[in-house]
Design a protein around this ligand. Structure first.
Ligand code: GH3
Ligand code: MG
Ligand code: MG
Ligand code: MG
Length: 320
């Protein structure tokens, strides 16, 4: 390619090589009922070093997506038996937001409204199967770049920069959803507020940077204790909030006491001194007898009041 195009500059060559190696880490799914088309297009994509998966039907495509959450682009044919590309696009969009996954529709047909139908169903782009190769790859790269940028923005907007934990905004949106699902399924759930004890004196004595280190270490300790279904977030300076699903009132105290003692293990060494942070925890559970009908915000309020009690009663403790 370079030899044939003496106009290629070194910098664009470097860009191409980078893109080539990066493509290996980009997973694409191509869905088409035609084996010939499957082979032709996936070979084309593989030449650009993409990691390509193929499916012969919408159903198979959905199954592959479920098992490969790292797929960033789906290319789908339009006309397929049982589920066409438009229906597949709609199904995918029920579970995969477009900050996480791009969808490009493909069709050999020349009906003018196919591209609009793909876009209206949640597709990001449309390519006629009679494509020019350069246009094909430009569109693919552009859609992948867009997903990657949106993904990054989504991450920055949802997570706290210092600890990497979900931020306050995410806590309230995700927490509410978790809570509502738990109520609907008659499942037990708890909400807890946690606050580092005498944290101001850590900053005052050792400086803000060491304070940050303590925050990161406490966040790591707590998140290591969480299960996949738990939500742990940094909701304030040195405050963390927790929603645990399927934890009943009897287990709650034990689970949270484990959090508390895990934090006791944190040791930050500075100039021969040891900083050993502790946390106070207040919690409340969904008590169907007493709290029924209460919303998520009032559970947070109860947990906050319990946290205040934990501080009053001497800190480094769990109160309900
Ligand atoms: P208590 O046991 O009653 O909770 O006392 P405390 O000192 O922990 O509580 P207070 O609310 O007085 O102090 C919280 C401190 O947290 C004050 C603030 O400077 C510090 N802080 C908030 N955000 C950050 C941060 O991002 N980094 C660092 N290093 N400190 C922070
Ligand atoms: Mg077809
Ligand atoms: Mg505080
Ligand atoms: Mg504090």
């Amino acid at each position: 390619y370079v030899l044939k195009n003496n106009t290629t500059s070194i910098s664009s060559l470097i860009k191409m090589v980078r893109r080539y190696f990066k493509n290996a880490t980009t997973k694409l799914l191509y869905v088409d009922d035609s084996k010939t088309a499957q082979q032709f297009i996936s070979n084309l994509l593989k030449r650009y070093n993409f990691n390509v998966l193929t499916a012969s039907s919408g159903k198979e495509g959905l199954e592959i997506l479920e098992k490969n959450l790292d797929i960033s682009l789906v290319l789908t044919d339009f006309i397929m038996p049982n589920m066409d590309g438009i229906e597949l696009t709609k199904q995918i969009r029920k579970n995969y937001p477009n900050w996480n996954l791009a969808i490009i529709g493909l069709s050999a047909g020349s009906e003018q409204n196919i591209s609009a139908r793909f876009l209206k169903s949640g597709g990001n782009d449309f390519i006629n199967k009679n494509f020019h190769r350069e246009e094909f790859f430009c569109r693919i790269h552009q859609n992948i770049n867009l997903v990657e940028h949106m993904n990054e923005l989504h991450h920055v907007a949802s997570n706290d920069f210092l600890t990497g934990l979900p931020n306050r905004r995410t806590f309230f949106t995700m927490g509410e959803t978790l809570f509502e699902n738990a109520v609907r399924q008659d499942m037990s759930a708890i909400v807890a507020m946690m606050d580092i004890d005498f944290f101001k004196s850590v900053n005052d004595t050792w400086g803000h940077n060491i304070g940050d280190k303590v925050l990161q270490a406490v966040a790591d300790k707590l998140s290591n204790r969480c299960r996949a279904s738990d939500l742990l977030a940094r909701v304030g300076g040195e405050e963390f909030a927790f929603v645990g699903i399927d934890i009943n009132a009897a287990q709650a105290k034990q689970v949270l006491d484990d959090f508390r003692t895990a934090v006791e293990e944190v040791i930050i060494e500075e100039n021969g001194d040891e900083i050993r942070p502790t946390i106070s925890i207040g919690f409340t559970d969904i008590d169907f007898a007493n709290n029924f009908g209460k919303d998520f915000n009032s559970l947070i309020q109860f947990a906050d009041e319990a946290l205040y009690q934990a501080k009053e009663n001497g800190r480094n403790r769990v109160e309900k």
